[in-house]
Design a protein around this ligand. Structure first.
Ligand code: NAD
Length: 790
């Protein structure tokens, strides 16, 4: 045997991490009093407990207090009591507390890592080198945001008491992602860990005690869905931050509809791992190990779909199989282990079931020839080839160590396959050609794109999804906004439209009666139902008629908006010029629009002229900002730059208010357009003739067909159609409270981003009804990680 043979024949000896400190901690604690409320340790008021056990053996670790609605009430009361003092404390004081938490965690880093591994089953290498250091970094990074709050977020203040619900796959890291920005923003929190993994949150609460976090600022309640639902529905909570499955995310979206609670959802994924033929294949294989076998694949952004260019598929698959054969499956406390057990038997059964179904649907599922430990919830790493795009393994989040493989011929096909999912959390692109990678990244519908890398995270870089992977970002500047609210100038309460307000059947003037059509795909079209709506002047006479838009018209308008590529793909400078031109052309007809406003709303000549002038000014503002509201570059502590790009949300539905019918409409449509969205606008139900007059201006302002579509009719009905339409990406509704609540509840099909006024309008004439608060809603932030160096 030569040296090389000996080297290959060498096996790893056992390298177990010591667990005595963790065991001592477990033995010393009273888990029957595990609710950390108002700085005290309490038993669940119902006396119930739940069990948490060790995934590598099934052995019971602890029986932990199981909170019920009364306990959540107590936690919210404690957070509410602590709020005034905490939110009024200086930025420096809050920064010191966050820093103290980070430092105290550092001192107990190993205990956190061992406990996390014992409770969750993840390899100690991962909890020790990734989860815990990243969680600490989160607190220390956010100490800085706490201090920079007044400087970097002027006019914003913390939203109040926040309810936070997290999953079991990264228990401590998800806790850090939630608690650090909330505290930095001056909020107080009630956080519920997942019932499989309560332990590190209990240790974290002890850290809060030691780090001098004021009582009631952080409350940690243990429990399951019942406790989670009590948090979601609690009226004393102003914001819900949830990480978990898309299924529960949808339940929460529906439950919070109409409540006015701010909401962020970090949900599941089915992320593409795209390997082009010029990629460094060995690096790509190592990337895959991180992408899909990190944490046994129980990672929301796991690269669970390998898309490989045809010419290199065979070579890459062969390398992947060789590498899989060397993955070490075993005790998670062993420092050499690559793959530990899944978190629970139910999860193991679920993964097995999905693999069996994938195979039944035609996938070839390959596993290395390795022995599994005799006890524990282990699953071998699995490679599925011959996977059709419709196969369950290509579509469903498995949340286990299972990789589904598909091939593509060219770049377009790779992008199409990558985007062929209802999710949109992450993607990774492998190519030695940075031009190609940066050409592909913006075309992927995903919140994070890693170039020649995968599963990179940092506190300075936002993380979060597109589509059904949820909305909102965690980390970085954009993550801070999730816990802040800007003071928008509130307008009047909007009353539901009354169908009885019909005009008398006579016209005010002797102009030829005209029925304004809908404006879809750059053309004036008749409503599908061939009904019209009579519109009254301020004096109750007939001003004209508009088309009564229906479900079919909205569908056509959404198709036209989706088909319009000229606008989202135009340069920001180009969009800016078109918006300037629109403003210019509106200004040429200002007198006419002012007269129309007076006729329809009864506004004085001066007020009407002011509204038109302000509308022109607003178009000018957004024309100017179209190429200014840009993304950023982050420099995380790694050899990479992270480009936080601002991308349009997509097709945005806009339901405009009756007050200031021209200015309100333009205040909403202009920022959406400025950022490259295409729009389906439902103008004021009472005064739609201003919008139909406006499309005459749009027609000769070089706006590409389909960029703006206008459907007149009953606002409540059309808002509902937009909310249910799965090809609408965002919906802004300024209507009565019921219509707003319904739009939020009905948006769950594709989890579109809904911005509702909750039954209130804005004071559209105020300068505060414009600017960044609007532009932020008009973009998704995509973080593209680009490594450098050899
Ligand atoms: P889950 O949705 O079942 O549970 C998540 C949390 O919600 C748990 O704390 C649970 O107790 C609670 N919960 C369950 N039902 C509830 C209800 N009706 N109301 C309120 N709370 C409720 O998810 P899970 O199985 O624990 O975690 C896995 C999922 O989390 C995966 O889909 C994964 O992709 C996702 N995840 C997403 C991210 C991200 O950042 N996008 C990160 C980690 C995990």
């Amino acid at each position: 045997m030569n040296i090389l043979d000996r080297y290959h024949a060498m096996d790893y000896g056992p390298a177990p991490e010591a667990r005595n400190e963790a065991d001592a901690w477990l033995a010393a604690r009273d888990f029957g009093k595990a609710l950390f409320i108002g700085g005290d340790w309490k038993a669940a008021s119902g006396g119930k407990t739940f069990e948490t056990s060790e995934p590598s053996s099934g052995k019971l670790l602890a029986k932990v207090s199981d909170a019920n609605a009364a306990d959540i009430d107590a936690a919210v009361a404690a957070a509410t009591k602590a709020l005034p003092k905490w939110s009024a404390s200086s930025c420096y004081q809050r920064a010191k507390v966050l820093y103290a938490i980070g430092r105290a965690m550092q001192r107990h880093q190993r205990l956190f890592a061992v406990l996390e591994t014992i409770d969750n089953g993840k390899p100690i290498r991962e909890s020790r080198d990734i989860d815990v250091p990243l969680a600490i970094r989160h607190f220390i990074h956010h100490a800085g945001w706490a201090q920079a709050l007044d400087r970097d977020f002027p006019g914003q203040k913390g939203v109040g008491v926040v309810g936070q619900i997290i999953p079991w796959n990264f228990p401590l890291l998800m806790l850090a992602w939630k608690i650090a920005p909330a505290l930095a923003a001056g909020c107080t929190v009630v956080l519920k860990p997942a019932e499989f993994t309560p332990l590190t949150a209990i240790l974290f609460a002890e850290i809060c005690e030691r780090a001098g976090v004021p009582k009631g600022v952080v409350n940690i309640v243990q429990g399951g869905p019942e406790a989670g639902a009590a948090i979601v529905n609690h009226p004393g909570i102003q914001k819900i931050a949830f990480t978990g499955s898309s299924e529960v995310g949808k339940i929460i979206r529906k439950a919070t509809a109409g409540s006015g609670k701010k909401l962020s959802l970090e949900l599941g994924g089915k992320s593409a791992f795209i390997v082009f033929e010029d990629a460094d294949l060995d690096s790509a294989v190592e990337g895959l190990v991180d992408g899909i076998w990190f944490n046994q694949g129980q990672v929301c952004c796991a690269g669970s779909r390998l898309l490989v260019q045809e010419g290199i598929a065979e070579a890459l698959i062969a390398k992947v199989k060789t590498r899989m054969s060397r993955l070490r499956v075993g005790s998670p406390l062993d420092k050499n282990t690559d793959i530990g057990p899944l978190v629970d038997l139910t999860q193991l059964d679920r993964v097995k079931g999905l693999v069996a179904e994938g195979a039944r649907q035609g996938a070839i599922c390959w596993q290395p020839d390795a022995a599994l430990p005799s006890s524990g919830y282990y699953h071998l790493p699995t490679l599925a080839t011959g996977v059709s795009p419709a196969n369950i393994l290509a579509q469903e989040e498995v949340f286990g160590p299972v990789l589904a493989t598909m091939t593509f011929r060219n770049t377009e096909e790779a992008i199409e396959l990558a985007n062929n999912t209802r999710y949109g959390l992450a993607a990774s692109v492998w190519s030695e050609n940075v031009n190609l990678a940066l050409h592909v990244a913006p075309q992927l519908k995903a919140g994070v794109v890693w170039v020649n890398g995968t599963n990179m995270f940092d506190a300075a870089c936002g993380f979060g999804g597109y589509r059904e992977s949820g909305f909102g970002r965690e980390g970085g500047r954009e993550g801070m906004f999730e816990y802040l609210s800007a003071k928008l100038p509130l307008g009047p309460v909007i009353k539901p439209a009354t169908l009885s307000a019909q005009p008398a059947e006579q016209s005010d003037g002797d102009a030829i009666d005209r029925t304004a059509k809908l404006f879809i795909g750059g053309k004036q079209v008749r409503p599908d139902g061939n009904y019209s709506l009579a519109i009254a002047t301020a004096k109750g006479k007939l001003a004209g008629e508009v088309g009564l838009g229906s479900r079919k018209d909205i569908r056509d308008a959404v198709s036209a908006a989706r088909a319009c590529k000229g606008w989202p793909e135009a340069t920001a400078y180009n969009r800016s010029q078109v918006l300037y031109y629109l403003a210019e052309n509106l200004s040429g007809r200002a007198g006419e629009f002012a007269a129309r406003l007076t006729e329809l709303t009864g506004a004085s000549a001066k007020a009407a002229r002011d509204e038109v002038d302000q509308s022109i000014e607003r178009l000018f503002l957004y024309a100017g900002l179209a190429d200014k509201f840009e993304g950023r570059v982050h420099q995380p502590p790694a050899r990479t730059v992270t480009l936080a790009l601002h991308e349009p949300v997509g097709v945005v539905g806009i339901v405009a208010p009756d007050t200031s019918p021209l200015l309100g409409l333009i205040s909403l449509v202009a920022p959406a357009l400025a950022m490259g969205n295409t729009v389906v606008a439902v103008p004021s139900e009472r005064h739609p003739l201003l919008a139909t007059d406006l499309y005459q201006v749009i027609e000769y302002s070089d706006v590409p067909a389909g960029a703006i579509n206008i459907v007149t009719g009953r606002s409540a009905e059309l808002a509902s159609v937009l909310a249910k339409h799965d090809d609408v990406d965002g919906l802004w509704v300024f209507a009565d409270a019921d219509t707003c609540a319904k739009a939020e509840a009905e948006s769950i099909g594709n989890l579109k981003r809904v911005w509702s006024g909750n039954g209130r309008g804005l004071d559209w004439a105020s300068d505060e009804a414009a600017g960044d608060a609007f532009l932020r809603r008009a973009v998704e932030v995509k973080n593209v990680w680009v490594p450098y160096g050899d």
